[in-house]
Design a protein around this ligand. Structure first.
Ligand SMILES: NC(=O)c1ccc[n+]([C@@H]2O[C@H](COP(=O)([O-])OP(=O)(O)OC[C@H]3O[C@@H](n4cnc5c(N)ncnc54)[C@H](O)[C@@H]3O)[C@@H](O)[C@H]2O)c1
Length: 321
């Protein structure tokens, strides 16, 4: 059994990771400032005596450093981030502060506390607008198209340098969009929030033809744990996503069908929903599959499970900014 310090452990993905780690018998400390995380996502974890919670901000080196030196984890799992891709240009310092400098704060304090293993949640957005599909980890990097992608790629660079310089073992995962219970941001959340106010009309950003891969939380967790349990050595980068992709219009179709509504659809037009929206994301996950990983949930199931969860937890639409 190992000690895991999980930054962002109160969030959508982090809270599932904590539940899985505790179910496997590990000791878990969450470090989170609850900016987008939810206390009630940790309800189950809090009942476990191997769980503890520290409220703190990764932008404050002294706070992360204290948590790290008190707990002395074997694994640091770094999910805390500004995960809002779309509004990057409205607050241009934010991605740098959270995703790059914040990542350095976590890395440096992990290294000082003697943590030997580091997992980082990066993103398929680091490929900008690639020309190779499905996109492998070895794809030549085109220009960055979002501050979010650029700040995550800078974080990846720091992790590679620490892994090589301080003999840490690192797992960098480039996620597609994740679906499932506790989903609090992304296109399904936005669409359902707007449809709650007006079920007769839905405006879609772009032309509705953007094509994206997604992944069910169940399959994300099995991939992360398969890589952790493979006891990785050195610096490792893995794509993680479904082989299938959905066109935005298809996804809207599943959402409306699940909600039993038929809104009039209008489009803002253009091949991108916003500046930095990649018209196509589809990752080649051959490398992770070589560890034995495979997906078990269809994307349609992922969308339907997400809609069902948000219908049951409708108060989240008011809770989450
Ligand atoms: N959800 C996705 O589809 C997706 C896709 C690609 C990558 N990712 C990455 O996965 C990670 C988790 O994403 P998520 O969807 O669970 O997001 P989330 O917003 O639900 O979780 C982020 C967590 O980090 C915490 N946090 C934010 N800023 C912090 C700070 N300064 N100090 C301490 N805690 C802070 C939040 O309170 C929250 O609990 C992020 O790094 C995100 O960039 C997510």
């Amino acid at each position: 059994m190992a000690k895991f310090l999980v930054t962002g452990g109160a969030g959508f993905i982090g809270s599932h990771f904590c539940d899985a780690a505790l179910a496997k018998g590990h000791e878990v400390t969450v470090f989170d400032n609850f900016e987008t995380g939810q206390e009630f996502f940790l309800q189950g974890a809090k009942k476990n005596e191997k769980f503890s919670l520290i409220r703190g901000d990764i932008r404050e080196f002294s706070e992360v450093n204290k948590a790290m030196s008190d707990f002395k984890p074997e694994w640091v799992v770094h999910f805390a981030a500004n995960a809002d891709v779309r509004r990057g240009l409205e607050r241009p310092r934010r991605d740098l502060d959270y995703n790059t400098t914040g990542t350095w704060n976590v890395l440096e304090s992990a290294q000082k506390a003697g943590a030997k293993n580091f997992l980082f949640s990066s993103t398929g957005s680091v490929y900008g607008e690639p020309t190779v599909f499905p996109t492998p980890e070895s794809c030549p990097f085109p220009e960055q198209t979002s501050l979010y992608g650029a700040s995550k790629l800078a974080g990846e660079g720091l992790i590679a340098a620490y892994a090589n310089g301080f003999a840490m073992n690192s797992l960098v995962f480039r996620f597609v969009s994740i679906l499932g219970a506790r989903y609090t941001h992304g296109h399904i959340f936005d669409f359902m929030k707007r449809l709650k106010n007006d079920a007769s009309h839905l405006e879609i950003l772009g032309n509705g033809k953007q094509t994206k891969s997604y992944l069910h939380m169940t399959d994300l967790m099995s991939g992360l744990w398969m890589a952790i349990e493979s006891q990785p050595k050195g610096h490792n980068v893995y794509n993680i996503g479904h082989d299938d992709a959905l066109i935005v219009d298809q996804s809207v179709g599943y959402i409306c069908d699940a909600l039993k509504i038929k809104p009039r659809l209008t489009y803002t037009g253009g091949t991108r929903g916003w500046v930095g929206d990649s018209p196509r994301i589809q990752l080649d996950c051959t490398k992770l599959k070589a560890l034995g990983w495979k997906t078990t949930q269809s994307l349609e199931q992922g969308v339907r499970d997400t809609v069902k969860y948000l219908e049951q937890q409708a108060f989240l639409f008011a809770e989450v900014k």
